[in-house]
Design a protein around this ligand. Structure first.
Ligand code: GLV
Ligand code: MN
Ligand code: MN
Length: 412
């Protein structure tokens, strides 16, 4: 068994939690923010200490490479350091730090892999700031909508290109962050599970069978702002009741679509946003996912049609704009088999489960085979300050990652 330093790993995880502590609780570490930058610089420092060859690509993704006996192709492993607003300490950092721990442990024990192992920390995975999640990996895969690069802004109006520049990336050169097939032989990400399957089965870790694909859209319903007290009920062009109808339809559409469909309205904004003003507009976010792309697309289409017809029926105008789509993927059979073998060698049950959350692997699959390891989450919670994975489960995940990476990096 390859030994890992579980104390160092868990201490680093706790340490990173300080970057972006939100007054209302949890961690808010948006894409390309000072908080993401500081956390990433901290990890870059740990990579240096571990003796890795550290570099950034033009998009700001961080890499730390442990050399192998052969020059390549390397095995890639890692995750992200950004978070949702008021998120937890584990979604993302658990994957970056287990990856770093494994390569550092290998190096300290003088274990040289046949092929290099490279740790990656992707920028902006969550999509909580700019309307494009999985951002860092989309530059590697070439799936970023480059024609939108110049116009993309966050909700405060900050341009993505300016944020990239402030982060130290080179937006004019992001095209060169693209990775060609053959550069990496495999990608493995450790991530907290984010649902309760492992906990229900009493298992510390699991092996991911596939990653759901999501489509995110922005809907704006425009009506007419008027006095809330004076304007009679039947003369209003109020976008809020239409928004309410649409939100209920989102819930219905997902429930009727099937057990693997998820649909969420997580952001609602009325403008101008005052209790005594009928809103001029209401903006809604739509996040619709499934492991099956056709079923996901059918659910999106049902919601879109309902949205447009509700607007028309109420004399309002509706604007629907798809912002981000990720493709569902199956984890690579050979990597899954390697993980199963690695799990058995550690006396762990090789339990397979799907991921309802999206991950950078969905993009990485464009240029190399992908596998994922899940760690048990307490109460299945994630994207909340209550997110928690026990130190011993993180250690087990690191051991499973070590055995997996070692095997993957040992042959061509
Ligand atoms: C990322 O965590 C996502 O699934 O939205
Ligand atoms: Mn994540
Ligand atoms: Mn997340």
């Amino acid at each position: 068994m390859i030994a890992v330093n579980a104390d160092r790993l868990n201490q680093r995880l706790q340490y990173l939690g300080q970057f972006g502590q939100a007054p209302e609780g949890g961690v808010t570490r948006y894409a390309l923010s000072l908080e993401e930058k500081t956390a990433t610089e901290t990890v870059a420092g740990w990579m240096q200490e571990a003796g890795l060859e550290v570099r950034r690509d033009t998009a700001g993704n961080l890499f730390g490479r442990l050399a192998g006996r052969q020059p390549g192709p390397a095995v890639l492993t890692g995750s992200h350091l950004d978070s949702v607003p008021n998120g937890g300490d584990y979604d993302g950092p658990a994957g970056v730090l287990t990856a770093l721990e494994v390569v550092q442990s290998l190096r300290e024990q003088g274990l040289v892999p046949e092929y290099p192992i490279e740790v990656v920390s992707f920028i902006g995975e969550e999509g909580s700031r700019f309307p494009h999640g999985l951002m860092g990996s989309s530059f590697l895969a070439g799936t970023f909508p480059y024609h939108e690069l110049e116009e993309m802004v966050d909700r405060q109006g900050t341009r993505l290109v300016d944020a990239l520049r402030a982060y130290g990336a080179q937006p004019e050169e992001v095209g060169s962050a693209r990775v060609s097939p053959g550069t990496y032989k495999a990608y493995v990400e450790v991530h907290i599970e984010q649902s309760g399957l492992l906990e229900a089965r009493g298992l510390p870790v699991g092996i991911v069978s596939g990653i759901a694909g999501m489509r995110q859209a922005r809907g704006v319903i425009r009506g007419r702002a008027e006095h809330a007290g004076a304007c009679p009920m039947d003369l209003r062009r109020d976008p809020m009741p239409a928004a309410a109808e649409v939100i209920l339809e989102v819930e219905r559409a997902a429930k009727e679509s099937g057990p693997t469909t998820r649909a969420t309205v997580g952001f609602v904004q009325a403008r101008p946003g005052a209790s005594n003003v009928i809103p001029a507009s209401v903006e809604l976010s739509f996040d619709i996912r499934d492991l099956d792309a056709d079923r996901r697309d059918a659910c999106v289409e049902r919601v879109r049609q309902f949205f447009l017809s509700a607007c028309e029926r109420r004399g309002l105008t509706g604007e629907w704009q798809v912002q981000h789509t990720s493709t569902p993927i199956h984890c690579h059979a050979a990597i899954v088999a390697t993980m199963e073998e690695a799990a058995r060698s550690l006396g762990l049950e090789p339990f397979l489960l799907p991921s309802g959350a999206v991950h950078d692997g969905a993009n990485v699959a464009e240029f190399c085979p992908v596998g994922m390891i899940f760690l048990r989450s307490r109460d299945g919670l994630s994207h909340t300050p209550d997110e928690y994975t026990a130190p011993e489960d993180i250690a087990q995940g690191a051991r499973l990652l070590a055995e997996t990476l070692w095997r993957l990096a040992s042959h061509a």
